[in-house]
Design a protein around this ligand. Structure first.
Ligand code: 16G
Length: 532
């Protein structure tokens, strides 16, 4: 059983703040950093338990609060293949984090051990990393204390992007197997991605430089580190790369800012028809944008990236002569209606809609041979099923053109981080496609025209009374509200609107789209009025 004395001593160093209720949500625990010490300590205990439960498989932990301001931090766990912590364990880590006394903590651990049949004599291995937030170092130390409770073996990967930590976790767990994913280090990651990218753009005319806003986060030093591996295959001008000055993190910059405000980040003077991209604070999300000749700002968001990727893969699979491989796309209700139409009617691919949050999209995407998944906000990636990979790797092609397409498909599957949405990897595959086609951002944008849309936050007394079904597109509670919404939506051309409680903030979100900007604004306003 657990060494109680040891636990009491360590836990005493990380007391739980009073009157705070913690919840492991869509993106782990995330809040003001000063409240997180006990939570991160206990997350360490849980990570060790999870590793023991999985027979000593390596569990990952990332200390980050993504696009939140500098004073926040957070923690999330990574399962062995690089995916998010299994859903049923979210309740266990939530329970541990809320134990008020050491006795309760011990009780919860013991009841997990017995109900989940965890063999405590098994080894535990846990790796961790963090973003550039100043609070990260002390929280990492708290995490290590948690690991000590169960004598877990650990490696500190220091400052890394979230997707790098996911990648490393998968590499460690697959080393020496036929599914080996790569060398478990930042360098191994750079080599793998850069090697595949160079194959994909080999012999093509290089595009004009890309300007990359790194939100003054971990993406900046890490992309700098990446540049030598890419050599002269791409040119990127990095901006918003000040990680010394913590208060600048995500401030008026980054993917979330650009997507929400539909405008350039601070410090950027846009030039028409040039390419721009923004990472978020932990580099797991990206959006592109450009300025049109009439000075309008044009966003190329996760939906546009998904459309581009699906278009390219469908063509490549055809060119390779292996169109037995099916391609599907996964979106959420936030996907622009025009993007869904484009995917279904122009590309003729199946589209599924799932609730918000990367884990839901990721899970659904594994159902396709090649599953492209993106949230409109720029979280996403492309998953190749084991059987699709096998087909791609065993195909030979009966003409030189087919052989080239097969080689490209293989490299494409390597340039894409299969563990989680990854801004570096997404950037490289977008750049691959634009380079292969010699497309400007404007040409990419012409696939379809976004319907005007509006997202409104409504502060309500109790967001837990809002219950949704149908991938969050319909409300079942409060009773009658959905009928009222439907009656209003009907009056708007191309109208669509839904209401869902946020998973990360104490608000309800209202999304609306319609044929024109004024109609969209009116629709959003009227639906918000119903919720308020
Ligand atoms: C989290 C999710 C993100 C989602 C957002 C929705 C992950 C890694 N992150 O940040 O995918 O878009 O929550 O927030 O899953 P909301 O529930 O407040 O609208």
């Amino acid at each position: 059983s657990v060494n109680i004395e040891n636990l009491n001593t360590l836990s005493g160093l990380h007391p739980k703040p009073e009157n705070v209720k913690f919840t492991y949500g869509t993106a782990g625990f995330r809040m003001k950093a000063e409240l997180l010490d006990s939570v991160v300590f206990r997350t360490g205990i849980l990570a060790a338990l999870r590793s023991k439960k999985l027979d000593g498989k390596v569990i990952g932990c990332m200390i980050t609060a993504s696009h939140n301001p500098a004073q926040d931090n957070g923690v999330k766990l990574v399962d062995p293949m690089g995916e998010m912590l299994e859903g049923s364990w979210e309740a266990h880590v939530t329970a541990l984090s809320n134990a008020e006394t050491n006795e309760q903590l011990v009780d919860i651990i013991h009841s997990m051990v017995s109900s989940l049949k965890i063999d405590l004599t098994k080894p535990a291995k846990v790796v961790f990393g963090r973003d550039t937030r100043p609070s990260g170092e002390a929280l990492a130390a708290a995490f290590v204390d948690g690991l000590k409770v169960l004598d877990a073996e650990t490696t500190d990967y220091g400052i890394v992007t979230t997707p790098q930590l996911h990648y490393i976790t998968r590499c460690l767990n697959t080393a020496g197997t036929p599914e080996a994913y790569g060398e478990p280090s930042a360098e191994g990651y750079y080599k793998k991605l850069a090697g595949a990218f160079k194959t994909l753009v080999d012999g093509k005319t290089k595009l004009s430089p890309l300007t990359l806003d790194c939100a003054n986060g971990v993406g900046a030093p890490k992309f700098q580190e990446f540049v030598p591996f890419l050599g002269d295959s791409i040119s990127v001008n990095i901006m918003n790369d000040d990680v010394e000055n913590a208060s600048k993190l995500n401030l008026n910059s980054g993917a979330d800012y650009v997507k929400s405000n539909q405008r350039a980040p601070v410090g950027l003077k846009m030039v028409p028809q040039q390419r721009y991209a923004s990472f978020d604070g932990d580099a797991d999300r990206i959006v592109y944008y450009y300025q049109d000749d009439d000075s309008t700002f044009k966003l190329l968001d996760g939906d546009k990236i998904a459309g581009l990727a699906a278009m390219f893969i469908i063509d490549l699979v055809k060119a390779a002569g292996i169109d037995s491989i099916s391609v599907g796309v996964v979106q959420t209700a936030y996907a622009n209606g025009a993007s869904t139409q484009y995917l279904r009617n122009t590309l003729n691919v199946p589209v599924s809609c799932v609730p918000t949050g990367v884990k839901h999209l990721h899970h659904e995407a594994t159902k396709y041979d090649v599953g492209v998944y993106f949230e409109a906000n720029g979280h996403g990636t492309v998953l190749f099923s084991p059987s699709a990979l096998k087909t791609i790797h065993s195909a030979e092609g009966s003409s030189p053109a087919q052989a080239v397409a097969i080689r490209n498909l293989r490299a494409f599957s390597d340039v894409i981080n299969q563990t989680v949405g990854d801004a570096f990897s997404d950037l490289l595959f977008v750049e691959t496609i634009l380079t292969q086609r010699q497309w400007t951002p404007k040409i990419w944008d012409q696939a379809y025209t976004d319907l005007p849309n509006r997202l409104v936050k409504v502060v309500v007394q109790d967001r837990s009374i809002f219950k949704t079904v149908d991938a969050e597109r319909k409300l079942v509670e409060p009773a009658g509200l959905q009928d009222a919404i439907d009656a209003i939506v009907l009056k708007f051309r191309d109208g669509r609107s839904f209401v869902r409680p946020s998973g990360t903030e104490d608000v309800v979100r209202v999304y609306a789209e319609a044929a024109t900007r004024p109609e969209t604004d009116e629709l959003a306003f009227r639906i918000a009025g119903l919720v308020f």
